[in-house]
Write a protein that binds this ligand. Structure first.
Ligand code: FE2
Length: 276
């Protein structure tokens, strides 16, 4: 069974595990995320990518979020007067160290069932480096364009794997995940680099753009786990529906791989990365 799964993962670049998370667990994670957002003061930083003047502060907030629990807001849910709606209704995501700093997310992320899947997809000694709670709120949940996660979490050799847990039903209407099966085999197209002053830019590794042949929507019910290769192209459209589409994502790399210093995400002395 494991051999078949591993072969399928190598061929397609992703696997879908039905009924992986119980509805009670899904609700517990959603409740915890809502608690975190509501505890965040309305006067707290509103971080999104808006104007050039905001760029530096935004970059610093973004960089710090790598080893912190930070909130990012939907562009369409913020105007000059502040947030439109409640903090959680305006929130795009919480990131990027929930799996280390929040007890509820840490316990969920380090469950033996998650460890088991990491083994099935070939990770020998994984390090959990990044997590996000994604709200994809009704009406305002923004589009995330086609990309490869290894662009942002590069290692040599490329080892990053994404775990995407549907906490609510996801379909085409509320912005489900789309993947390009087998697309990981075209290799990594570009890298997201952190400059000297915490500025960021992309570096091309291949002049050809990402090829997205025969993309498919992963319309999945709450509780489904999708795991995917760091080079698998994926995207999600905006959520124009009335239904939220919460998901939790977790990224792991192989401990033995070389992790370059110019990746945006870095461990800190007081908050080192950990495995299971
Ligand atoms: Fe992604």
């Amino acid at each position: 069974m494991d051999g078949i799964l591993s072969e399928k993962f190598q061929r397609e670049g992703y696997l879908v595990f039905d009924d992986f998370v119980s509805s009670r667990q899904c609700q517990a994670l959603i409740d915890r995320a809502l608690e975190i957002t509501e505890a965040h003061s309305q006067e707290g930083p509103i971080s999104m990518f808006t104007t050039a003047e905001d760029r530096r502060a935004t970059d610093e907030y973004f960089m710090k979020s790598g080893r912190d629990i930070s909130l990012f807001f939907e562009e369409e849910a913020v105007d000059k007067g502040g947030l439109l709606g409640s903090t959680s209704e305006a929130c795009n995501k919480i990131g990027h160290a929930l799996h280390d700093l929040d007890p509820v997310f840490s316990e969920f992320s380090r469950a033996s069932s998650v460890r088991e899947v990491s083994r099935k997809i070939g990770l020998v000694d994984p390090v959990l480096i990044q997590s996000m709670f994604i709200f994809k709120n009704p009406k305002v949940g923004g589009r995330v364009d086609w990309h490869q996660d290894a662009c942002f979490l590069y290692t040599d050799p490329i080892t990053v794997k994404g775990f995407w847990f549907a906490l609510e039903d996801a379909d085409r209407e509320n912005g489900c995940l789309w993947v390009a099966p087998g697309g990981h085999r075209q290799g990594l197209k570009r890298r997201f680099i952190r400059g000297e002053d915490a500025d960021t830019h992309f570096v091309s590794l291949d002049s050809a753009p990402i090829e997205v042949d025969d993309p498919i929507p992963l319309e999945v019910p709450a509780g489904t786990l999708v795991v995917f290769d760091g080079c698998l192209p994926h995207f999600s459209s905006a959520n124009r529906s009335q239904r939220r589409r919460c998901a939790y994502t977790l990224h792991m790399i192989e401990r033995s791989a070389d992790y370059p210093a110019d990746n945006w995400l870095r461990p800190t002395l007081d908050r080192p990365w950990r495995g299971f």
